[in-house]
Write a new protein. Structure first.
Length: 427
């Protein structure tokens, strides 16, 4: 696969000619609504085997081989030239495919009654690219019971494709994560035991193999209580053949007093079979416009995480969405930024004829536009370049895999590059 960023004056037809494939194949791969309309700065995935490099001034086969982790001899062989060849600027060289890493892929699904049919179809379309499907969420109640989501036959569809079903248990209460609810579950042993029994019974009935705790905004004072809760859960689940995993907020140090002070990375790494890092939401509904998961910040979280948790237990979290912020920033009128999928963001840029820019530090695309009332909007989202940067991070730190929030947000370039970079493990 090749990532191509649209330049001024380019057409999809011309891009197809440059890569030697019909433009219709590029349109289909990127799910373009109108192949005649692309915008400057748009990142396209070109569906070819391997990739190409166009020689820049001063580059030699040796320099180019170092860029792509190959050898001069291999570059020369696949391009049918001598290892001593003098290159000319603009010359196209084929780059050999790298050996794929093997990773796990964890995808959250959040089914709702009103859209259950479309969710089921999306699961069918995506299961081949998954190791785990996380059913979000079973809401723990204060009496130890569970409020279940509408699941239809989603677990059966996943299992038939060799995907492991994960039962996500949350401390959601009245549509918000509740530290009070978490405290009740941590401190009331009767309620805690009842919760574990209900989890085990549900897992056996439905066919979940992993119990995934997504408890958020746990109070710093409840840190050890949460650790003990997880140890108790592991002791109850393991005899039943169930694994245990947890979702972790993005921390860069072990500050026991901050907003994430209730989460102990080291303890979770010791107790859980694996953890997922929620490495997103730097840009959020009520923030200033910025990347949702800027690479420089994500890297800092990963660096801290691998110092506390074995890398083979860590999933890097990745958002499948961006935001459209409306001036003024941050929102002073109570109007939240609008969430949108990467595909919606690109279509919006095309409709507004807005050139897409790219932040080299955050490794994220963005653009500006003015609506029909003359109000400024800033849009930050994900594209092929930003997701490739995250894939490179997974390889660099030898992480277990990637976790996505969530199914239902169109991002075709992600799935093309995922299978180009990795072999997806089926456990």
């Amino acid at each position: 696969m090749q990532i191509h960023v649209v330049q001024q004056g380019q057409s999809l037809y011309g891009i197809g000619q440059a890569y030697g494939i019909p433009y219709e194949e590029i349109a289909k791969a990127n799910e373009l609504i109108d192949p005649s309309r692309i915008v400057v700065g748009q990142a396209l995935v070109i569906p070819i085997t391997g990739s190409y490099h166009w020689v820049q001034p001063g580059q030699s086969l040796y320099i180019i081989s170092r860029l792509y982790g190959t050898t001069v001899e291999e570059l020369a062989r696949i391009n049918g030239i001598s290892p001593n060849s003098i290159l000319y600027v603009g010359q196209r060289l084929a780059i050999p495919q790298r050996r794929k890493s093997i990773i796990d892929v964890f995808l959250y699904v959040e089914p709702r009654e009103a859209t259950i049919d479309s969710t089921v179809q999306e699961v069918r379309n995506r299961v081949e690219d998954l190791t785990y499907l996380g059913m979000f969420s079973y809401e723990a109640q204060r009496d130890g019971s569970l409020k279940a989501p509408p699941i239809d036959d989603i677990p059966e569809i996943a299992a038939q494709s060799g995907v492991l079903n994960a039962m996500v248990v949350s401390n959601l209460e009245n549509f918000a994560f509740s530290p009070d609810l978490a405290n009740v579950l941590f401190t009331n042993q009767t309620v805690q035991n009842r919760l574990f029994e209900n989890i085990v019974a549900t897992a056996k009935r439905i066919g979940y193999t992993d119990i995934h705790f997504d408890f958020e905004f746990v109070r710093p004072a409840d840190r050890e209580l949460y650790n003990t809760f997880l140890r108790n859960a592991r002791a109850r689940f393991r005899p039943e053949g169930l694994t245990l995993s947890t979702a972790l907020p993005p921390k860069m140090s072990d500050d026991p007093t901050g907003v994430y002070g209730g989460i102990d990375y080291k303890a979770h790494g010791e107790i859980a079979d694996f953890v997922t890092l929620m490495t997103y939401e730097w840009g959020y509904s009520y923030s200033d416009p910025q990347a949702v998961s800027p690479l420089n910040q994500v890297r800092r979280v990963v660096e801290y995480a691998v110092s506390q948790v074995p890398p083979e237990k860590i999933f890097l979290g990745q958002n499948l969405y961006g935001y459209d912020w409306t001036f003024p920033y941050p929102p002073e009128t109570g109007v939240a930024a609008r969430a949108l999928s990467p595909q919606q963001a690109v279509n919006l840029a095309i409709s507004r004829n807005a050139n897409i820019q790219f932040d080299p530090v955050a490794q994220a695309p963005f653009f500006l536009y003015w609506d029909n009332d003359g109000v400024r909007h800033d849009v930050w989202f994900e594209d092929a370049r930003s997701i490739q940067a995250k894939f490179n991070l997974i390889k660099e730190f030898n992480l277990r895999g990637i976790m996505y929030w969530k199914l239902g947000l169109a991002f075709p370039q992600n799935w093309l590059l995922l299978t180009d970079n990795f072999t997806i493990r089926k456990r």
